[in-house]
Design a protein around this ligand. Structure first.
Ligand code: NAD
Ligand code: ZN
Length: 359
């Protein structure tokens, strides 16, 4: 009889997750079993549970890719880890390490990658399997709940800001001040940028100023574009779009400076029109940016620790996940919700036992 654990499982897209007992997974070759202390709730987990994207996960699966915890067991052929080590598990569960992308330091683009909480079970559970080669090391005595959002929101925005190619002293505009955006502001300030923040909710704009933005602008205001252009003296050198709204992507092309770069990170389903004339004549660059490499992740963690970059977190027990998703969908979460696996489970919400596919 395998040991059992609690997990929040997606059985059907768009339906509530079920808290149920599933077997604790057994680490295979090159893998670690991680006891989850905390797992942040990213909007990507909601996209996954709703089946929003063209490439979909296969239910039943466990979401969650902002995992902080400790090594609980070590599979065969793993060196360099011991039980009890504090570790982080991010979106990129593993990659082939042999393709042209992996060989050139772009393992995030590997076509053979597996993704935590999407094509592999994730951290909305008491335990998760991690690939040792892709497992981040965390400082001893780290606050797990506090560091968890760095595993996705942190590394993604740190990488996205680098992808804008803005330089210290220049302006970056950050559109969408949710879980990602409010951490992006802190990385941007630590990287020496001046920051203009945009969102559609007054409380998010207040959070933007609290977390260090120089200017905060309501993206829905009719003169939002003019305000950004005025504040930045002619447009932002770099723009990071984390908003879960296609119109925000179009808007960003209006306030990027000539020769500037718009890094797209948000992933709302849909499309947005691109004004060819502006892109050509202003020599704009529009590029996607997807999480970060292992190197980016180590840098993002080190920078968060060194510079005191912290998410505005609210802790909740695993059983709260459906209420959290409802609030996330409604744009009602300030900062980041973090599932704290040490909080007691509410047994009344528990379902039955389930068997899950392996990665
Ligand atoms: P979130 O829900 O916490 O934040 C989204 C924010 O966008 C909210 O504050 C909301 O008010 C704001 N917003 C909505 N409409 C807007 C508009 N028109 N203009 C400006 N702001 C607007 O979500 P999150 O966890 O920060 O994730 C954001 C997006 O990034 C999601 O789509 C997620 O899937 C994606 N994501 C991408 C990557 C990647 O590697 N590319 C990694 C993580 C998350
Ligand atoms: Zn994420």
């Amino acid at each position: 009889m395998p040991q059992m654990m609690k997990a929040a499982v997606v059985h059907r897209f768009g339906e509530p997750l079920v808290i149920e007992d599933v077997p604790v997974p057994v680490p295979g070759s090159g893998e670690l079993l991680v006891k989850v202390a905390a797992c942040g709730v990213c909007h990507t987990d909601l996209h996954a549970a709703d089946g929003d994207w063209p490439v979909k996960p296969s239910p039943p699966f466990i979401p969650g890719h902002e995992v902080a915890g400790v090594v609980a067991a070590i599979g065969p052929d793993v060196t360099g880890f011991k039980e009890g080590d504090p570790v982080g598990v991010a979106w990129l569960h593993d990659a082939c390490l042999r393709c042209e992308y992996c060989e050139t330091g772009w393992e995030t683009l590997c076509e053979h990658q597996h993704d935590t909480g999407y094509s592999c079970n994730g951290g909305f559970a008491e335990y998760v399997i991690a690939s040792a080669a892709f497992t981040a090391r965390l400082p001893v005595n780290v606050d797990f709940a506090q560091i968890a959002p760095i595993l996705c929101a942190g590394v993604t925005t740190y990488k996205g800001l680098k992808e804008t190619e803005a330089r210290a002293g220049e302006w970056v505009a950050i559109s969408g001040i949710g879980g990602l955006g409010h951490i992006a502001i802190q990385y941007a300030k630590a990287m020496g940028f001046k920051v203009v923040a945009l969102d559609v909710a007054p409380e998010k704009l207040a959070l933007a100023l609290e977390t260090g933005a120089d200017v905060a602008i309501d993206a829905r205001s009719p003169d939002a574009l003019a305000k950004v252009l005025l504040a930045t003296g002619g447009g932002a050198h770099g723009v990071l779009v984390t908003a879960v709204s296609p119109p925000a992507f179009s808007q960003a092309l209006g306030f990027v400076r000539r020769r500037g770069t718009v890094a797209l990170v948000g992933l709302p389903p849909g499309e947005f029109p691109t004004p060819i004339f502006d892109v050509v004549l202003k020599r704009l660059t529009v590029r996607g940016s997807i999480v970060g490499t292992r190197r980016d992740l180590d840098e993002a963690i080190a920078m968060a620790v060194d510079k005191g970059i912290t998410a505005e977190i609210t802790k909740a027990p695993l059983a709260e996940i459906n209420a959290i998703f409802a609030r996330l969908k409604a744009g009602k979460i300030e900062g980041r919700m973090v599932l704290d696996l040490s909080m007691p489970f509410d047994e009344s919400t528990s379902g039955s036992e389930s068997s899950l596919a392996e990665c």
